[in-house]
Design a protein around this ligand. Structure first.
Ligand SMILES: [Zn+2]
Ligand SMILES: [Zn+2]
Length: 279
């Protein structure tokens, strides 16, 4: 029997004997999204009918967390069917190339980020470095270094996707192109559920200060074009009540239009800008 998705009943933290914690969001019987929070960096495992889609991948050494996570949900490497990169920033690309080589799973990325995904160290460095005096950013950079950012291989082979495509992989996500954080930033809307995986198009923690737990845009200096990021929010309007799973920060539940309105207000009043960048 397939259960109807219920966004009000989806939070559950599993105590793991491995010392591993992740949050489970049931989709239907035999299908769930698992949210892994490795420091300030989130990534997700979608399980459906025993098969796996990985969405983003932290840093290279988070691979060990991924393997333990697979074991905890009773799955194995050969169950990995697809890998989706929400955008080509190094804090999301982590162990993708290793997993791609080990499983042969295709790596899907928007065509506008495909070239960047095949290069190393893709991050808005100027803004991160001028904010490195702040303890939160300093801690994030230390975490990135310890977890292998400087030894991360680029992704050797990708398959490009475009707006509106529904991938026939676990979770059956529809791709929504929301450029602005990067030119190829995408949001995933899972089939027949109110679960949205937003990457960094909408986040729930300020990446430069570690504050807040409400939907917001990344600070302007972290975006390829903040005006475009604002405009892209229109793509997400009218979705109703959702569970919003982001690249940074906790899950958020509520009406998507409320999330969008809040993000617009917060970015208009934000004082943490960093260095402004344009594509
Ligand atoms: Zn990013
Ligand atoms: Zn990020």
């Amino acid at each position: 029997m397939t259960l109807p998705p219920d966004p009000n009943a989806i939070q559950q933290t599993l105590p793991m004997t491995t010392g591993l914690d992740f949050e489970t969001f049931p989709l239907s019987e035999g299908a769930s999204v698992y949210r892994f929070d490795t420091g300030p960096f989130n990534w997700y495992v979608i399980e459906e009918a025993g098969r796996i889609t990985l969405v983003d991948a932290g840093f290279p050494r988070h691979y060990n967390v991924f393997r333990r996570g697979l074991m905890a949900i009773g799955r194995q490497l050969q169950d990995v069917e697809a890998i989706i990169l929400t955008h080509a920033h190094a804090d999301h690309m982590g162990f993708i190339e290793r997993l791609r080589r080990e499983t042969g799973a295709p790596v899907y990325v928007h065509e506008a980020d495909a070239k960047a995904a095949q290069r190393q160290l893709q991050l808005p460095w100027a803004t991160l470095l001028i904010n490195a005096w702040h303890p939160y950013v300093a801690g994030m950079l230390t975490h990135a270094t310890r977890n292998g950012i400087f030894v991360m291989p680029p992704i050797a082979r990708v398959q490009t996707v475009t707006d509106g495509v529904r991938l026939d992989v676990p979770g059956r996500p529809t791709i929504i192109h929301t450029p602005g954080h990067t030119p190829g930033q995408i949001v995933l809307r899972l089939a027949a559920t109110p679960i949205i995986l937003a990457g960094d198009a909408l986040i729930t923690r300020n990446i430069l200060r570690g504050t807040g737990d409400t939907p917001q845009l990344a600070a302007s200096g972290l975006n390829s074009c903040s005006h475009q990021a604002q405009r892209s929010l229109n793509q997400l309007a009218g979705m109703g009540r959702v569970a919003l799973l982001t690249g940074h920060g906790p899950a958020w539940r509520g009406d998507m239009d409320e999330a969008i309105a809040g993000a617009r207000t917060r970015s208009a009043t934000s004082t943490v800008k960093g260095r402004h960048r344009h594509v």
